[in-house]
Write a protein that binds this ligand. Structure first.
Ligand SMILES: Cc1cc2nc3c(=O)[nH]c(=O)nc-3n(C[C@H](O)[C@H](O)[C@H](O)COP(=O)(O)OP(=O)(O)OC[C@H]3O[C@@H](n4cnc5c(N)ncnc54)[C@H](O)[C@@H]3O)c2cc1C
Length: 432
């Protein structure tokens, strides 16, 4: 089919598609700020809410504050992939740090993966969670070879099975010749990000956590045991404090801002294509993602089998969404040349949080706890780190983490990630 005119449908929205099934709270719902709490949490995304849920269940008086409505950050903007993803390969970690370190890191990725499944089941969150499997695509024959080597290592040392799918066989996973085969991991899962977040919000409130939107935190003064949380709507005294701000961190904690780089990711949802056409494109109904550093990803929309999700161009700083929609549609057209007539009913952007060493981090500095830097995998890692933060404050076992290591910064980096587009271009060249 020929490539058509505009990428946007007439009713195209520039907000996350997920908000139609799980709307953000209206401003009227704003609650009064309490004057004190045992624990104050900055950020009401997955990390902050999971920490609040477990702390409140452990008997702590918890207040979660968000600058916008709870969930307006990446937690309701993502693709809902639940896997065991890290920007450092298992083989790379063995070579650089030895097998024990690699096992500890990847063991925790598995813990995070399981934490989502357990949370969905224990809190009875209806969010289309399903272990539908993931298909990771190679964009060159050399990448296919590298992937099979990497996943063979994981199978041998971690006992995680996979299937190598050659280019000749890949049509049963995805209807394109664009890729050079790939790797299928059967137990990886997908969910609806809006519904997962809403379920966490309801669960945290049900056990007594106070979650307040439109209450931007300006700074936290004092020290552990006697913090003063200064917000645009007043002060709260708190014994403990957590920053769960990931890619949305602002000047409220300059130390953290110097260590987490925000970078934009873009995602679309198509206008309805018809169930049969979607099934033809993605017959195996997996979550699909290529194995580049800067990835393209696609899946059927959970709960709406007539549409597809497509995302990519991470790190581009061109915020003009119609232009980004056009660029994304061209990328999608290269993968599925039959989609020349495709239009988007939604395109939006969200901020991921990257770290200079490309690891997620959990830790404590100046008495304040934090968990950030998920580098695109915060659905499972944010869930796990939320649990671990709560355990640390409750003094319970299980709060330790292989990801607790010094959180690096760069000289002259104060929070403006001007170099991200150049770095992403460099990674693109590396991918090619
Ligand atoms: C397009 C896109 C697709 C993605 N796809 C996936 C995926 O498929 N799977 C996956 O695992 N991960 C994915 N990610 C990453 C994932 O969404 C994030 O890692 C995760 O949501 C981080 O959750 P969080 O709770 O730590 O932070 P966020 O959900 O980003 O929340 C941070 C919150 O902190 C608040 N905040 C910041 N500063 C202040 C302040 N001073 N005062 C008060 N509040 C403040 C913000 O308002 C925000 O609500 C994707 C991200 C994007 C953008």
């Amino acid at each position: 089919m020929a490539y058509g005119s505009s990428a946007l449908s007439d009713q195209c929205s520039f907000e996350p598609f997920w908000w139609s099934a799980a709307p953000l709270e209206a401003r009227e719902a704003i609650e009064e700020l309490p004057s004190s709490a045992d624990v104050a949490i900055v950020g009401a995304g997955i990390t902050g809410l999971v920490a609040a849920l477990h702390l409140a269940r452990g008997g702590r008086k918890v207040v979660v504050l968000d600058a916008g409505p709870p969930g307006h950050g990446a937690s309701t903007r993502n693709a809902g992939y639940v896997g065991r993803t890290l920007k450092h390969g298992f083989g790379e970690l063995i070579d650089a740090h030895g097998l024990d370190f690699a096992r500890a890191i990847y063991g925790e990725l598995m813990e995070a993966f399981r934490a989502v499944k357990a949370t969905v089941s224990e809190e009875k969150i209806e969010c289309h969670y399903r272990q539908q499997g993931r298909f990771l695509m190679a964009t060159s024959p050399a990448m296919y070879e590298a992937m099979t080597r990497e996943f063979s290592l994981r199978e041998r040392h971690l006992g995680e099975p996979f299937s190598a799918v050659s280019r000749a066989e890949q049509a049963r996973e995805i209807a394109t010749r664009h890729y050079f085969g790939g790797v299928r991991i059967d137990d990886h899962a997908g969910l609806h990000p809006g519904l997962y977040h809403r379920g966490l919000l309801m669960a945290a409130r049900k056990v007594g956590a106070t979650v307040i939107g439109h209450a931007s935190v300006h700074r936290i003064a004092g020290e552990a045991g006697a913090f003063q949380v200064v917000t645009r709507r007043g002060r709260i005294s708190a014994r403990d404090a957590i920053f769960a701000t990931n890619g949305y961190g602002d000047g409220a904690w300059p130390w953290l801002r110097r260590r987490v780089m925000p970078f934009d990711a873009y995602q679309t949802v198509s206008a309805p294509l018809g169930e049969a056409r979607v099934r033809d494109l993605m017959p195996a109904d997996r979550t699909y993602i290529d194995w580049n550093f800067n990835v393209d990803w696609m899946r059927r929309v959970p709960g709406e089998p007539t549409r597809i999700v497509f995302g990519g161009l991470t790190g581009s700083r061109d915020q003009d969404l119609p232009i980004m929609a056009e660029r994304l549609r061209l990328r999608l057209f290269r993968i599925f040349p039959d989609l020349g007539d495709l239009r988007f009913d939604a395109i939006w952007t969200g901020k991921c949080g990257g770290t200079f060493d490309l690891y997620p981090h959990i830790g404590r500095h100046d008495g304040i706890h934090f968990a950030v830097g998920y580098c695109f995998a915060g659905v499972p890692m944010g869930t796990l780190f939320g649990i671990k933060l709560a355990r640390r404050i409750l003094g319970a076992s299980g709060g330790e983490s292989a990801f607790e290591r010094p959180l690096p910064t760069m000289p002259f980096y104060w929070g403006n990630p001007w170099f991200v587009p150049a770095a992403i271009r460099w990674m693109g060249r590396h991918d090619r």
